[in-house]
Design a protein around this ligand. Structure first.
Ligand code: NAD
Ligand code: ISE
Length: 339
């Protein structure tokens, strides 16, 4: 069966996922698109032979659409995801699931009322080969209990519209999700402290930021978010256990020796760094949809958890580094597991 996907939002990542669904993933086709910018939607639709529909609601309810991909702006996500649940259609929503915990909970409640999982949230790091290898090692117990995790999330630069709270909301949110999954543990507090700011940023921005998280099990996490590091897109993660350390591998890259130096390339953006993870994410999602199975990737609950933890980090940033307790609801049995 070919899964017919309708895409809401044909901007940067929408176009990348449309290319992926068309050229990389087998068993899927993009049959309908919509965008507030009708000209952009028409141009993208023409590339893949899709129909342009005027609104997200019409796309979701179209008989040409089996499953929905939401790649519009964050504040519009909840409305489209709720509409897809009401239509009983599987929906893949790029992060964030919603921009407020309340809207995330509306999705969680609607999905439970529907009775089976329909929602997957676009936290693609869970599909990255390196993070999956790290999880295997941690789950095997060979390192004993994890104690500390050191992380860094560095971008070469960000646009002028990026503001300080986005370091948590847009950037660290990926570590927040992947660390809950890696450790199978919940984050219970957040603290954000700011060293001297780099001169290579817009004046309004606090960059870099150091984020400290604690889990229910007592693991301490430190995360450097530095979005104007200049040299590349660099993701680091090292978990320290009682009996050893596991480290995220750098992406495979040839090593070059020339002019008295020895080095390897650093990716320049997240699209290149996580290209294979995005491919796997969509292969697995469309594979589940094709067989009528529930999605196994990040759930609506994971989307809720990420937004609540992100909010705690933003509150800490806004209160000069206070330690903020994460006020998360109890996880419903519907979503299984602990984190
Ligand atoms: P973008 O601005 O390039 O594209 C968004 C598009 O959605 C625009 O064309 C806009 O006109 C359209 N749009 C907005 N609201 C709409 C609505 N209600 N109906 C129809 N069209 C609508 O943004 P982007 O960079 O592609 O980001 C989109 C989403 O993807 C964001 O939520 C962002 O956080 C997420 N994202 C995720 C990753 C990742 O690594 N997983 C990376 C980048 C972006
Ligand atoms: C961007 O929005 C993403 O989602 C990327 O994956 C992330 O690494 C980057 O820092 C964000 O700005």
């Amino acid at each position: 069966m070919t899964v017919r996907v309708g895409v809401i939002g044909t901007g940067m990542i929408g176009q990348d996922h449309i290319r992926r669904l068309t050229d990389v993933v087998t068993g899927a086709a993009v049959t309908a698109v919509t965008d507030l910018d009708a000209a952009r939607a028409a141009e993208v639709a023409a590339r893949v032979g899709a129909t342009v529909l005027p609104t997200g609601a019409e796309l979701i309810h179209s008989p040409e659409v089996d499953a929905v991909l939401v790649t519009s702006w964050g504040p519009t996500h909840a409305e489209h995801v709720l509409d897809a649940i009401a239509a009983g259609k599987p929906v893949f929503c790029e992060k964030p699931l919603a921009t407020t915990p309340e809207d995330c909970l509306r999705v969680v409640e609607a999905e439970q009322a529907h009775g089976r999982r329909l929602v997957q949230v676009g936290f693609m790091r869970r599909f990255d080969a390196g993070y999956r290898q790290m999880k295997e090692v941690l789950d095997s117990g060979s390192l004993g209990a994890p104690l500390i995790v050191h992380c860094a999330h560095r971008n070469p630069t960000v646009p002028d519209a990026y503001y300080s709270a986005m370091a948590a909301q847009d950037t660290a949110v990926h570590e927040i999700d992947v660390l809950r999954w890696l450790l199978d543990d919940e984050i219970v507090s957040a603290q954000v402290i700011t060293p001297r700011a780099t001169s290579k940023r817009f004046a309004h921005l606090k960059d870099p930021q150091i984020m400290l998280f604690e889990t229910a099990g007592g693991v301490r996490i430190d995360l450097e978010v530095f979005v104007n590091c200049q040299y590349g897109y660099d993701i680091q993660c090292e978990a320290v256990g009682e009996e050893g350390v596991v480290r995220l591998p750098d992406p495979a890259s040839v090593s070059v020796r020339t002019a008295g130096r020895h080095g390897t390339a650093v990716p320049q953006d997240w699209k290149a760094r996580f290209a294979a993870a995005f491919d796997t994410e969509f292969r697995e999602w469309t594979g589940a949809v094709a067989t009528g199975a529930e999605p196994t990737g990040p759930s609506a609950w994971d989307g809720y958890a990420a937004t609540v933890i992100t909010d705690a980090a933003v509150r800490s940033l806004q209160t000069d580094g206070a330690v903020v307790t994460v006020g998360m609801k109890t996880r419903p049995a519907f979503y299984g597991g602990t984190a």
